[in-house]
Design a binder for this molecule. Structure first.
Ligand SMILES: C[S@@+](CC[C@H](N)C(=O)[O-])C[C@H]1O[C@@H](n2cnc3c(N)ncnc32)[C@H](O)[C@@H]1O
Length: 260
């Protein structure tokens, strides 16, 4: 029952191996909230009009693992090939990038650094704001703060660490304001039937979220992503994910990179 609720609302398909993980996460919620059974909790969830219960539930069931420069080839391909190809064709100096399952912020901030490096001094002439969305309010709150353990930024070069972070104490660093202000965070469920964006994107990163979706949900999402990309725009997915080459309108470019 709960697995169906999760799948139909959030697309997250609970494979048998994952069910044990879900059950243990749910036991924790039940304990914290004082419910006696899953049925009781489920009744509470579907009748809660405030949205708070569902939000807390989503925070618990989602897997938010991410890190700076994850699948680093994507970022060098973006910097060395995609941006030089698409930017000269953009009218109105408005580069639109969407990070569609941004988790705790490491991915959109990596994108902001790459874009900053690409534009260099020309950056002030451009609007390069990145839209970063996720279904979990908890990860969005963490992302907005932009504070990370020093260990978490170790995968970045010394130059990037110096240029884009400020130490706040012995253990933590914060993303500098200029980069933090480049990212706009919003809560958004990729299962929404209609995507509300007024303008199309030049680049979409939608990585390591489709692995949780079943094949029809994934195919529908991919086609919606296609529709909200500009012609010639790029979609990046996770390296362990794939797109149905027969049914998609996307052109395959290289592993985990597709073009409209
Ligand atoms: C494993 S993380 C991937 C983060 C990042 N994209 C990366 O590759 O490192 C997956 C993220 O997808 C989010 N997510 C799961 N289902 C979602 C949905 N239906 N709509 C939007 N985000 C979702 C989760 O909350 C989580 O933060």
């Amino acid at each position: 029952m709960l697995a169906d609720f999760i799948e139909s609302n959030y697309g997250i398909h609970m494979k048998e191996q994952k069910k044990t993980l879900l059950i243990s996460r749910l036991h924790k919620i039940l304990e914290e909230m004082g419910f006696d059974s899953f049925t009781q909790y489920f009744e509470f969830l579907i009748h809660d009009k405030s949205g708070k219960a569902v939000s807390a539930f989503v925070d618990k069931i989602t897997t938010n693992h991410t890190y700076f420069m994850r699948e680093a080839e994507h970022f060098s391909y973006l910097q060395d090939t995609v941006l030089p190809e698409i930017v000269p064709k953009i009218k109105g100096n408005d580069l639109r990038v969407w990070c569609a399952a941004s988790s705790t912020g490491e991915e959109p901030y990596t994108l902001a650094m790459i874009i900053d490096e690409y534009f260099g001094e020309r950056k002030c002439l451009w609007d390069t704001k990145i839209l970063a969305t996720d279904i979990s309010s908890a990860v969005l709150e963490t992302a907005k703060k932009g504070i990370y353990k020093n260990d978490a930024i170790d995968s970045l070069s010394k130059m990037r660490k110096l240029q884009y972070f400020k130490k706040i104490d012995t253990d933590n660093s914060i993303v500098i304001d200029r980069i933090r202000n480049e990212v706009i965070y919003r809560k958004f469920n990729l299962m929404e039937p209609e995507f509300p964006f007024k303008k199309k994107f030049h680049v979409i990163f939608c990585r390591n979220v489709m692995i949780y979706f079943d094949a029809p949900t994934k195919d529908r999402l991919v086609e919606k992503l296609y529709d909200c990309l500009e012609d010639g725009g790029y979609l990046f997915i996770g390296h362990s994910e794939s797109i149905n080459k027969i049914s998609t309108r996307f052109k395959y470019i290289r592993p985990a990179v597709y073009k409209k």
